[in-house]
Design a protein around this ligand. Sequence first.
Ligand code: AMP
Length: 208
Amino acid sequence: MNLVLLGAPGAGKGTQAQKLVLEFGFDHISTGDLLRTAVKDNTELGQVAKTYMDAGELVPDSLVIDLVKERLAQEGSSAGFILDGFPRNTAQAQALEEALEELGISIDKALLVSVEPEVIVERLSNRRVCKTCGYTGTAQDSVCPRDGGEMYQRDDDTATTVRGRLAVYSEKTAPLIDYYQDKDMLVEVDGDRDIDGIFEDVKDLLGL
Ligand code: AMP
């Protein structure tokens, strides 16, 4: 099964994706993670992407689309893939469809994780990520509960940048909800609950 995850930054898409990967072996394709790796490795793409990311803006479509195409062309998991953070606007959704058509594959469902904006600002200001394994936790985790790694706060998880990212989401990404609804592919889960409760609903909705 191939999935697109939709939802505002901080809605919990990455957390649900990590759980789906652990339980079912999906291939997790997160454009945010791919871009952060490019920034860390200081590649040409990373240098360009960093200015947009630090400002909470979208990295230009052409760069992100090429990155995703390259990743999709690599051998993936037989369980399928989860696209997390992509597409982020309708141009990317159309580019994705074309790229998948060339590869002879398609998206089965778009899963929307919905959370109110006030909850998101609070959640993201408190979010910490493990430097080594990428585990997503909170400021209460002094070290990573999974591998003992150092937890850090993402540069774009400050309150001001978060508000900008939410505005970008409403303007550019939220229209994708209708886009996938019109294609009869949308399923929605309430993301303002405990992680395991959400995951049970996610599995039901996806028939897993
Ligand atoms: P995320 O980890 O998905 O919250 O993404 C972090 C940042 O990476 C975003 O605020 C954007 O600057 C950039 N980014 C991630 N995915 C995309 C995408 N599909 N299109 C454009 N920019 C992206």
